[in-house]
Design a protein. Structure first.
Length: 247
């Protein structure tokens, strides 16, 4: 069942993306391997979630016959493959690709799809985006609220996927490089704010969520580093500390 979910997700996401469809076979290998990797279970030691358990078929329902399913403890969801796809541009060797993806997932990505109060969790990142928008783009904030548009609905899909599938691959890799440099996912809501600010004038002319999403749909022209530099200057009191020297 899990294998079918993974195959379906690859087909619906990477295979339908002109920037990633050529990596379909590699992604099958990587994602199927991930689902069987028991090392991933260690993330639950510092997570608010718990893996799903099941009883072995035909066995007595007791502790001895209870296992974690899938073995990695993570049930794939729509878009899960996008946490791995940008790495396909960096590594020809599926083994290297897999271990880099796994390391990123176990350090960062698992926090983007679980409900927790962790300061790097997706809820905190969403709250940070809304607070920054309210503080630095108050006119736009008021415009959205006036038309009953929840601001976070403009950015949630970006944050949850770490912009994979929304930005061009090279820009996604620039962004993920910054996440490594700062060792912080707070870069994600900062970039979301930058993009919304950049499209401010267009957003102020529309009054429905659907039209707002249309304004923000095409991010092909976005350059991550210049936008973040601008935002880091404007929001210097609410961003993570500068990365250590040498990063």
């Amino acid at each position: 069942m899990v294998d079918k979910l993974i195959i379906k997700d690859v087909q619906l996401t990477a295979s339908n993306d002109h920037q990633y469809f050529v990596f379909e076979d590699v992604l099958y290998q990587v994602m199927l391997c991930f689902s069987r990797d028991c090392e991933v279970l260690s993330v639950f030691n510092h997570s608010s979630a718990t893996p799903v358990h099941g009883i072995l078929k035909g066995k007595v329902p007791n502790v001895e016959n209870t296992v974690v399913y899938p073995p990695c403890g993570v049930i794939p969801f729509h878009g899960f493959t996008m946490y791995a796809t940008p790495f396909c541009y960096l590594y020809d060797d599926p083994i290297q690709l897999y271990f880099v993806f796994r390391a990123f997932y176990m350090r960062y990505w698992f926090r983007l799809h679980e409900v927790s109060s962790n300061e790097q969790g997706v809820l905190t990142l969403c709250l940070m985006f809304e607070r920054l928008l309210h503080k630095h783009e108050f006119t736009l904030w008021e415009h959205l609220r006036k038309h009953s548009i929840q601001p976070i609905r403009l950015a949630f899909k970006w944050i949850m996927r770490a912009f994979s599938g929304h930005l061009p691959p090279e820009q996604v890799l620039f962004l993920w490089d910054l996440i490594l440099a700062y060792d912080s996912l707070e870069i994600l809501p900062l970039l979301a704010l930058s993009i919304v600010s950049m499209r401010r004038e267009s957003l102020l002319t529309v009054d429905t969520l659907q039209n707002c999403e249309a304004v923000l749909a095409d991010l092909c022209s976005v350059s991550v580093v210049p936008l973040l530099q601008m935002t880091l200057i404007n929001c210097k009191d609410t961003v993570p500390q500068s990365p250590p020297e040498g990063c």
